[in-house]
Every structure is written in structure tokens, then in C-alpha cells.
Design a protein around this ligand. Structure first.
Ligand SMILES: [Zn+2]
Length: 663
């Protein structure tokens, strides 16, 4: 969700309220873990974004021997992804065995048809409904709640009904973790301590670097006075105070006058770092009222001391030892892992792609951070693999996805941000993560016996993202979207300059297009029924015909009409059209939050250069199994009945797929 400005992040933060309003974490769990001894076992590696085309190339080269072995002994197929192929949507298909009509996750971003305001699709926080005010303090009387918005039962909840144990590590689209006695820990969708998808802090003396409002980060101007830097680390909003001030922690950096080394004094920590050194995890406490504080963990990176001072502080992750928001089921599973391994990344997508995209971290520094993430995951994986002797183990890796997003520019000479010097240095980054996944698979395969089904899957593949379509600009130029002031075009987000009384359609999120429908949208003008149907078909047809004026290529491969492709009780909540971009194209950075820039199509000159929010046909995921697959064209939602089938459980009537081994 890059390029959402800091203010927008806070305003539309995933928890959009207080961590403290939640009380000290609601007990989700009352029972103990599923305990039936199973003969059959299922081991699943979820490697986000692993691409079948790249995998095939490197398997042929012989650098992925374990993928090769699994493919030759079992099967390797392209895996049909979701419409649209966004991770929260795709993993929800896998979790529930349904498509978005059944699980109600259609995009990273949904919208409120009453206010035309964007909403994060994954979770919603309700603040404490009753409070008491004492002087300047506001105390919650009843705990608030954070709700998972994904609908439908997760496969591990169904396994639980049959007492089959499951451990599910960081599966996306499961924050807060769905109620279960199985061991689960939440992944993508889990906020940082501010309730956002991650905001770093960066302290610098270099004036030209100051831009307060970059997406995903805050830049602070600091001064060196007498070899000291005084600064503040911002924390969560203090909802115990009436004016809801931002909490913060003061800290001091003492700079060695001779050597490139500094000491950071923050609370009870004295952190000595050389230039170019990371601190490892540090636990900090934001004090709210004398009896309440919020605990978080963060890493410091001393990027530079001379000639300019540059200090990076990672987004403050929720402390797994004292989670301010629910991270796991049972509640103490996160604490169990923390006791064994120490603090670990809890933020949904842990790699700081915003810091890299904004040149706060360079390529090497970003990869150092991502290596920490992989090291942590490897340790926890080995631990879980060691004790896996029954039921199901699902294990998830995000680095495959994140590295492809950020480093595609260095394997694609046609990309606007291709850089030959960087390519010679970091051009193997994507290849290297595939090799690392081969090592992970090697360890998993050692554990596999004849009674274990192993599945290695990704939610989608990857393609270049070279050009971005301003979809709302396209709607405007084709007469479907009208502005109040044309001279103001491009200045506002959230359609603040839109004349709804003359607007027929608008686009929010990465692939969604909505009709301004009478009776649904507050200022809707298009009548449901025949009028809307005709408009939807007309726009879909025009989108599919549209060509990039610069290259002559089709920009949109498929414009899906929701009613044609979704089944289930939530189809009415879907965007009316789901836009499936052609290879190389995606929705622009301005589109997801309702901005309407003047250019129709723009080069994507960002480091975020690979993507997957295209038409599902161009971006299948991978599926490898140690058994022969018997169905023709497997899809993510086929894997759910497959899992149940292994344990002798019939799929539910809501599930739309079939077992891989049926037929
Ligand atoms: Zn991705």
C-alpha cells in the first residue's frame, strides 16, 4: 500500500483507532489444541508470488534440485489464481475453498458506498463503546474489538471439528486470527503498533531529504549539537487522553567525535552502533497513563554519521511477548515462540519496501533487513517442522513476493527503472530467493514420508509493472466520471473533486471499478437493472478494446463482470467490474485511493517494479505435490477440498473446487 501518504495512512489506518481501546487483548481461546493422532499428514509451503515461468527456467538450469525432484516424483503445475490476483484475495480462496463472492475479500481496498471513502478490506476496529472521563483522561469501560472481515470458515477450523491438529504460520488474510484452538499466528494484514501497515522513522541532518509526507514513513529533521542528537520516536495515539495526543519516547544519540560510531540512549537501552550497523530487536514502552503502557519492538540502523547524520528506525512491531492486539491462537502461541526465539517480526508484510522505494534504505540495506526476516522464519520453521508429527502444518514466506516486487527492475531491461550498474550487483536477488526456497523445501522433504502429502504453492506469479493506467482518468476521458473543477484535476484523493450527480463510474483499489448506483451509493445516479447492466457491459467492452497510445498494446486483457465470475452470498458487495491488466501494465499508483491525475498512462519509475495485480490468465501461481494431480487445471480453491479429503472429510457445500486427486 505504498504511496498512501502518512496522513492518509493514519486517517485510514487498519485499526483506525486505539490499540488501548481493545483492552489487554480478548481471550479468543477457551479450549486446548486439537489432539487426534493422524496417520496422514499434510505439509504445505506457501511461497508468496513464486512464478511458474521463473521456476521452470531455474529448474532447467539445475539450481533448484529439490523443486526438480518434487516435480519429477510428483507433479508441477501452474495454479489458477483468484480474480483479481491480489494476495489477500488469493489466500482467502485457498483458506475457504470459495471465491470472493463467498469470502467477501475483493481487493486490498474496498469502499463505503455511503461516504465514497476507501476502507482496508481485511479488518475493522471498533473502539470501546463506553468510556468514562476523569479530568483529562478517558478510560474505556468495555473493551473495543478488532474484527476479521473475511467470511467463510477456514480449513483449519473445519479440521478442528474433527479434532485434527493444525499449525498455520502467517497465512495472509487472517488478521485478527480466526477463532480456533489450532495454533495460528497472523501474517499479512497485521498492523504495526500505530495501527497502520507500517511506518518507519528516519532521522537526518540533511535538509534535502525532508519530506514529511512520504508513504509508509516519517522523516525527521535533526541537528547535531555538541556531538548529540535529541529526537522523539512517535508511538500510538493516546486515547486515554481527551485530546488524543500522539505518544512518543525521547531518545538521545551520542556521536563519537573521532570514530564512526554512536550510542543511542532510549529508555533502559544503550545501543552502540557503528556506521552501517543494525541494532537487532529492542523492546520499548509507550506510557499512556501511569498504569498503562504499550509495548513494541523495533530495530535501529545507523546508516551514516558523517558528513550527514542518518538514523533509520524500523516500523514498531507489536511485541509478541505482550501483544497489544491479538496475534495468535491460542493467545500464548506468540509468547511461546518469543520465549524460544526472542522478539520476531509481527507486522504483516515485514520487509520495509517503503524505505527502499523512498531511498531511505538502499538495495543492500533492504536485503540485510530481509535476511533478518528469513533467518527468523527459518528458525521457527525448523522448530515447527521438528515437532510436526500429526495433522497439518502450513508455513508461509513473504520474501519471495517482496523481493520480486522490488527487484524486477534489475532483471527487466525494458523497465523504466532498470539500472545496469545496480543490475550487475543485485541482478541475482530474485534468483537467490528461489535458491533459498529450494533449501527450505529440502528440509521439508526430509520430513516427508509415504503418508505425508506435501504441497508447495504460490498465490500468483509475477510480471513486470512498466506502465500504470490512471483508471479514473480513463473514466473521465470517456465521459463516465465528471469533476467539479476541471482545473483542480489531479490535486485531490478520495474523489473530493468529483461531481457525483453526473458521475456514472469510479475506481477504487487495485482492480475494482464501481458503478455509481442509485440506492446503493449515496449520490448514485445509475438505475439498477437494465440500465446498469448495459453500462457495465459497455464499459467492460471499451476497457478491453483500449490500447496504450504510446505502444499500441492492449492495456487491459480482461474486464470481468462480477456477476459472471463470482458465486456466493457477497457478490452484491463486489466491485461491478474487476479490471485484469495485460502483462507490463497495472493500475497506476494514484488509482487505488481515488486520485485523477491528468496523464492517462504513466511510466512506473519506482523501485516497486514487478507486480501481479493483472489478469489472472497472465499470472498463475505454482503448485508442486508429491502425488500425481488428476484434475485438468487446478485452482487455489481446489486445494481446500484436497486438504479435507486427505483426512477423510467431505468438502462443505459452499466450496466450489474439487480435490486434486479426484476424477
Ligand atoms: Zn505482492
Amino acid at each position: 500500500m505504498k504511496h498512501i501518504t502518512r496522513r492518509e495512512f493514519i486517517k485510514f489506518g487498519v485499526t483506525s483507532g486505539s490499540l488501548l481501546a481493545l483492552g489487554s487483548g480478548k481471550d479468543l481461546i477457551t479450549k486446548t489444541t486439537g489432539s487426534k493422532e493422524t496417520v496422514k499428514k499434510v505439509l504445505i509451503l506457501g511461497l508468496d508470488g513464486m512464478d511458474p515461468h521463473l521456476l521452470s527456467i531455474w529448474m532447467k538450469e539445475g539450481i533448484l534440485p529439490h523443486f526438480q525432484r518434487l516435480a519429477s516424483e510428483g507433479d508441477f503445475r501452474a495454479l489458477r489464481t483468484s480474480i483479481p490476483p491480489q494476495s489477500p484475495v488469493a489466500w482467502s480462496n485457498f483458506i475457504t475453498g470459495m471465491n470472493p463472492g463467498g469470502h467477501a475479500i475483493f481487493d486490498f481496498i474496498h469502499r463505503d458506498p455511503e461516504s465514497y471513502i476507501p476502507l482496508f478490506s481485511a479488518s475493522r476496529t471498533e473502539e470501546a463503546s463506553k468510556t468514562i472521563s476523569i479530568g483529562n483522561l478517558v478510560l474505556p469501560l468495555s473493551g473495543g474489538k478488532v474484527n476479521l472481515l473475511r467470511r467463510g470458515r477456514a480449513f483449519w477450523q473445519i479440521l478442528e471439528d474433527y479434532d485434527i491438529p493444525a499449525t498455520v504460520f502467517k497465512i495472509p488474510s487472517n488478521y485478527p486470527p480466526a477463532s480456533t484452538r489450532q495454533k495460528t499466528i497472523s501474517g499479512m494484514g497485521t498492523p504495526d503498533i500505530l495501527g497502520t501497515y507500517g511506518i518507519f522513522n528516519y532521522y537526518t541532518t540533511e535538509a534535502k531529504e525532508i519530506n514529511e509526507d512520504i508513504g509508509g514513513g516519517r522523516i525527521h529533521q535533526v541537528y547535531i549539537i555538541g556531538n548529540r542528537v535529541e529526537a522523539k520516536l512517535p508511538g500510538p495515539t493516546n486515547t486515554f487522553k481527551k485530546d488524543r495526543p500522539e505518544s512518543s519516547i525521547d531518545f538521545t544519540v551520542f556521536i563519537d567525535p573521532v570514530h564512526p560510531v554512536a550510542k543511542i540512549a532510549i529508555q533502559d537501552h544503550e545501543i552502540i552502533l557503528k556506521e552501517g550497523e543494525w541494532s537487532g530487536w529492542k523492546r520499548i514502552h509507550f506510557s499512556m497513563i501511569p498504569t498503562q503502557s504499550v509495548s513494541g519492538i523495533c530495530m535501529f540502523y545507523l546508516k551514516q554519521i558523517h558528513p550527514e547524520f542518518k538514523l533509520y528506525v524500523s516500523p514498531i512491531n507489536i511485541d509478541p511477548a505482550q501483544p497489544a492486539l491479538p496475534l495468535s491462537t491460542p493467545k500464548d502461541y506468540a509468547q511461546e515462540l518469543e520465549e524460544i526465539f526472542g522478539p520476531f517480526f509481527t507486522k504483516g508484510l515485514p520487509a520495509d519496501t517503503s524505505a527502499l522505494n523512498n531511498d531511505v534504505l538502499d538495495d543492500g540495506e533492504f536485503l540485510e533487513q530481509d535476511d533478518f526476516i528469513l533467518e527468523e522464519r527459518n528458525k521457527i520453521f525448523d522448530y515447527e517442522l521438528d515437532r510436526f508429527d500429526s495433522g497439518l502444518l502450513f508455513y508461509y514466506v513473504s520474501s519471495t513476493d517482496q523481493r520480486q516486487h522490488m527487484f524486477w527492475r534489475l532483471i527487466d531491461k525494458e523497465h523504466p527503472s532498470y539500472d545496469p550498474a545496480l543490475a550487475s550487483r543485485y541482478g541475482n536477488t530474485i534468483r537467490d530467493i528461489y535458491v533459498q526456497m529450494d533449501n527450505l523445501l529440502a528440509r521439508a522433504m526430509q520430513k516427508v514420508d509415504k503418508d505425508t502429502l506435501i504441497m508447495v504453492l504460490s498465490d500468483h506469479g509475477f510480471t513486470p509493472f512498466r506502465r500504470g493506467l490512471n483508471l479514473n482518468t480513463w473514466l473521465k476521458e470517456n465521459g463516465y466520471h465528471r469533476l467539479i473543477n476541471n482545473w483542480k484535476q489531479g490535486q485531490e484523493s478520495f474523489f473530493l473533486n468529483t461531481d457525483w450527480s453526473r458521475t456514472q463510474a469510479y475506481a477504487y483499489g487495485l482492480n475494482g471499478l464501481y458503478i455509481n448506483q442509485k440506492g446503493r451509493e449515496t449520490e448514485g445516479i445509475v438505475k439498477p437493472g437494465a440500465e446498469k447492466e448495459a453500462l457495465v457491459r459497455e464499459i467492460a467492452r471499451k476497457l478491453e478494446d483500449f490500447r496504450d497510445p504510446q505502444t499500441g498494446e492492449r492495456v487491459i486483457l480482461r474486464a470481468y463482470v462480477a456477476r459472471d465470475v463470482y458465486q456466493g452470498p457477497y457478490v452484491e458487495q463486489a466491485p461491478d467490474i474487476i479490471v485484469g491488466y495485460n502483462r507490463g501494465y497495472r493500475s497506476s499508483w494514484a488509482t487505488p485511493l481515488g486520485r485523477i491525475p491528468k496523464p492517462l498512462i504513466e511510466d512506473n519509475a519506482e523501485k516497486w517494479s514487478g507486480d501481479h495485480c493483472m489478469a489472472p490468465e497472465v499470472i498463475p501461481g505454482i503448485l508442486l505435490t508429491n502425488q500425481k494431480i488428476r484434475i485438468a487445471s487446478p485452482a487455489l480453491y481446489d486445494l481446500t477440498p484436497t486438504i479435507l479429503n486427505v483426512f477423510g472429510i467431505n468438502k462443505t457445500k459452499e466450496m466450489i473446487g474439487q480435490s486434486l486427486f479426484s476424477g
